[in-house]
Write a protein that binds this ligand. Structure first.
Ligand code: CO
Length: 470
């Protein structure tokens, strides 16, 4: 028998982004990352995902760190490895739609500060919401990876994804990611999906999934056999549960096969040794809840991403209504259907989740309707795969005319106004973008930064220390 041609699978490491976002609420600090990146740089990863998603918000809000500074430090350490970020299309890293000038500027600055690959997705899979970011990434000579948000439902057939994959290739994507944020893609379905997409497009296909439902390792195996080029994994101390399958496990799985990654297990073991005490510390402090590390099969039953489940628990706790957990879980798919059956990922997951909680707690469906729910039903987030429930839409927006164009076409350029608004805080161009995304949190951070600098300034003068934070 002729030997099968070698087709090594590539690994994107997520420990610096999705893994800690999924397991410890995105609380890994730059200081915790820096000592290990020299070693990580030697692994030969396809890419290290390290920025975007919730990291930006959490850095500013909870860690009092400048996310741009983190990116520059990572870039300085990763001399040979591509750095990847996650980008929410027209939402950038925030929760609303931004005007094109902000999107373009954000892409430009991300690449200028060190990002190589921008993974761009839209919560509704409305490709019009990706156009601006993809064009900007192409223009800045970045790698534009377009992600298809994977979900289940009447609209989401293999044909749906194949059609989308072809459109994505035509739009100028350099690669495609199947983004399964809830761990819904089961192994044999991965064979069908990846085979179909691979035969429809020429660009590489990356599969991103979560271990939440326990099938992810097997899903990667079947996907790779079917032609998947890249898989996303996390170093074992921050793997599995609501995070990704472990890097070392997948590397071992493919060893000696045509898909052999060629990565060095000894080196990976050293990196795991570094992260293990951090994991233990997180367990001790309660930041890492052992509950999120197990298999949660409910995610398959309710098709709800892991992060959304934990949000739900805390929302209900606040309302002293934890006994309503299962009622809300049952309400989520109903609301989702009323809202055109969108994939559940930021921000649609929060919008659907919050509305489901309100529907249950109010004792009457849509008695109270959130601003964001109204916006979705008005078409402000774009087009959904299925139509809205007309009765619910009418209840939410009355006789308002829903939007049918690309939502950002209705937004005037806003960068100049934003810059003016935050002028007093600006120390670098990137600050304008930080403020654009999270005006309140950014202002708090800028105040904190200024106070720190004053402190350092005074002590520097005292000790004649020349060091000044820049
Ligand atoms: Co993810």
């Amino acid at each position: 028998m002729a030997e099968q041609a070698k087709r090594p699978v590539k690994i994107t490491e997520t420990v610096l982004r999705d893994a800690h976002q999924s397991l410890i609420a995105t609380r890994m600090t730059t200081e915790q990352m820096l000592p290990i990146i020299e070693k990580m740089d030697k692994v030969g990863y396809h890419a290290v995902e390290c920025w975007g998603g919730a990291t930006f918000d959490a850095s500013l809000r909870f860690l009092k760190e400048d996310p741009w500074e983190r990116l520059r430090k990572l870039r300085a350490g990763f001399k040979n490895t591509k750095l990847q970020m996650l980008f929410r299309g027209q939402n950038i890293l925030g929760y609303r739609h931004y005007a094109d000038d902000v999107v373009e500027y954000f892409v430009q600055k991300s690449i200028a500060n060190g990002i190589d690959i921008i993974r761009i997705f839209d919560a509704l899979n409305d490709l019009r919401n990706l156009e601006c970011a993809v064009k900007a990434a192409n223009k800045e000579k970045g790698h534009a990876q377009i992600a298809l948000s994977y979900t289940l439902g009447d609209a989401y057939t293999i044909d749906y994804y194949v059609k989308m994959a072809k459109q994505v290739e035509e739009m100028g994507a350099d690669s495609i990611c199947i983004k399964d944020m809830a761990g819904l893609l089961v192994p044999y379905e991965a064979t069908n999906l990846v085979t179909a997409i691979k035969s429809a497009v020429k660009i590489p296909v990356d599969l991103h999934t979560h271990y939440t439902s326990g099938v992810a390792g097997m899903t990667y195996l079947k996907a790779v056999e079917a032609g998947c080029d890249i898989i996303d994994t996390a170093m074992s101390p921050f793997a599995m549960g609501t995070s990704q399958p472990a890097t070392e496990v997948m590397v071992e799985t493919f060893k000696g096969t045509p898909y052999d990654t060629g990565l060095d297990q000894d080196l990976l073991a050293e990196i795991a040794d570094y992260f293990r005490p951090i994991q233990e510390e997180c367990l001790k402090s309660g930041l890492l809840n052992p509950k999120v590390m197990g298999v949660n099969i409910k995610t398959l039953l309710y098709q709800v991403p892991g992060g959304m489940l934990s949000n739900l628990v805390s929302q209900l706790k606040e309302q002293k209504a934890e006994d309503k957990y299962y009622d809300v879980l049952k309400e989520i798919p109903r609301v989702r259907k009323d809202f055109g059956e969108p994939p559940l990922v930021t921000p649609s997951s929060q919008i659907v989740g919050t509305q489901a909680v309100l529907n249950v707690l109010a004792g009457e469906r849509y008695k109270m309707i959130t601003k964001e729910s109204k916006a979705i039903l008005r078409g402000e987030y774009g087009r959904t795969a299925m139509p809205f429930n007309p009765e619910v839409q009418k209840k939410a927006i009355g006789d308002d005319q829903p939007i049918t164009c690309r939502p950002a076409d209705l937004l005037k350029p806003e960068l100049k106004t934003i810059e003016k608004e935050m002028e007093q805080w600006k120390q670098q161009d990137e600050d304008v973008l930080t403020y654009a995304l999270f005006p309140q949190v950014a202002t708090e951070f800028f105040k904190y930064r200024q106070a720190q600098q004053t402190k350092v300034d005074v002590s520097a003068a005292d000790t004649k220390n020349k060091a000044y934070p820049v």
